[in-house]
Design a protein around this ligand. Structure first.
Ligand SMILES: C[S@@+](CC[C@H](N)C(=O)[O-])C[C@H]1O[C@@H](n2cnc3c(N)ncnc32)[C@H](O)[C@@H]1O
Length: 358
């Protein structure tokens, strides 16, 4: 990627988060800025993109939070990293008790995806599409599905001297067109802020961890928008010690192919990692939230009654199968969608944190 080359001709090395920022979000050549991701050229599938059931369940979760707040007349839902807008559309279609109270704000950094949202959500007058978090302090809920894993992170490696930072440098021997890698990793001392995001433990030499700099800062900012209410964070995640022990937490996705070298194909591939939960919990607590629950997605959906929705869907199918009407077909697909959303080896194994304030 030309811009990264230019940056690294000026600097000896850059942090991994800086590399990721350019590779994913640069206006001209970044992966998301070019409209890639869960919609569009479809490099991976997220829960909202599996069908309408996930949005229905998120609608139920929002409704119970709205009821717990005493059914306020104005209730803001901020969906951060809203991608194609599919989740917002399904929540609004689910037409629950909160429908007249809700102001739904989608926040999406990619302009190309905001345009997709404008087409998907154009008919809803209570939806605003923003590029950044709004300047609010209100009652409501912030929901982020698979956002935290896309916020930039740095990388730490455990050495005989403790944790070091893995930075990115230009490979001086590479030339355009040859097969040697363009970018290389270099180790450097870790600064105090990054150190503070790593819990105190000593894994094997060579073990690595993502340092969740972007997610930590995002939570602190997002928290200021919600005076009374909740944050629902859904992502693939793990505890620091587990991730350092098992490795394999950094992944790239390019045209549905999974890889593990983020320095290859910058701009062409999504770069993502399992989210380290320890600094996420700290950021929520530091921001005045209390963690109400931390479950798998399968447990969370079960608690919201996904089995009942499947049973209702089956009944609709049995009643309408002969007619083959749309309601019956949607009913039939409920069981398949539920199986995908609750699969413990896939989306069902994601972590859902519900944190409350007020
Ligand atoms: C993995 S996608 C998930 C999209 C959607 N939530 C879904 O589940 O289908 C992450 C999205 O977050 C967006 N994003 C990344 N950083 C963001 C930020 N700081 N604010 C808003 N959106 C952001 C990306 O552009 C991308 O569309």
């Amino acid at each position: 990627m030309e811009l990264l080359r230019e940056i690294l001709l000026e600097a000896e090395s850059i942090s991994f988060s800086r590399f990721m920022e350019v590779a994913l979000y640069d206006e001209a050549g970044g992966f998301f800025a070019r409209g890639r991701g869960p919609s569009g050229r479809s490099d991976f599938v997220t829960s909202p993109e599996t069908g309408s059931l996930f949005g229905l369940m998120v609608g139920k979760a929002i409704e119970s939070l709205w009821l717990a707040q005493g059914s306020p007349e104005d209730f803001v839902v901020i969906e951060a990293g809203a991608g194609s807008g599919r989740l917002c559309r399904e929540v609004l279609r689910s037409e629950r008790g909160f429908s007249s109270a809700i102001n739904y704000i989608t926040v999406e950094r990619s302009e190309a995806l905001r345009q997709v949202q404008a087409e998907t959500l154009g008919r809803y007058s209570n939806v605003s599409i923003l590029a950044d978090l709004p300047d609010l302090s209100t009652s409501g809920v912030i929901i982020a599905n698979e956002l935290l894993d896309n916020l930039v992170f740095d990388i730490a490696e455990f050495t005989s001297d403790g944790w070091a930072e893995v930075r990115v440098a230009l490979n001086a021997d590479s030339a355009i067109g040859d097969s040697s890698p363009e970018f290389l990793e270099v180790l450097a001392p870790l600064d105090d802020f990054r150190s503070s995001l790593i819990p105190d433990f000593a894994p094997q030499i060579g073990a690595r961890l993502p340092i969740q700099v972007g997610a930590f800062e995002w939570i602190a900012r997002a928290a200021t928008s919600i005076k009374d209410g909740a944050m629902i964070l859904i992502d693939y995640a793990g505890n620091a010690e587990d991730l350092a022990r098992r490795g394999g937490w950094l992944r790239t996705y390019r045209d549905h192919s999974r890889g593990d070298d983020p320095l290859l194909y910058p701009g062409e591939a999504d770069i993502t990692s399992d989210v380290v939960l320890d600094p996420i919990r700290d950021a929520l607590i530091d921001s005045g939230f209390r963690i109400e629950s931390e479950t798998t997605q399968a447990e969370w959906l079960s608690g919201l009654g996904i089995e009942d929705e499947v049973a209702t869907g089956e009944a609709a199918w049995l009643a309408g199968a002969a007619r083959g009407d749309l309601e019956a077909l949607i009913g039939r697909s409920r069981a398949t969608e539920a199986a995908i959303l609750t699969d413990p080896l896939g989306l069902g194994g994601f972590t859902v944190i519900v944190a409350r304030r007020g």
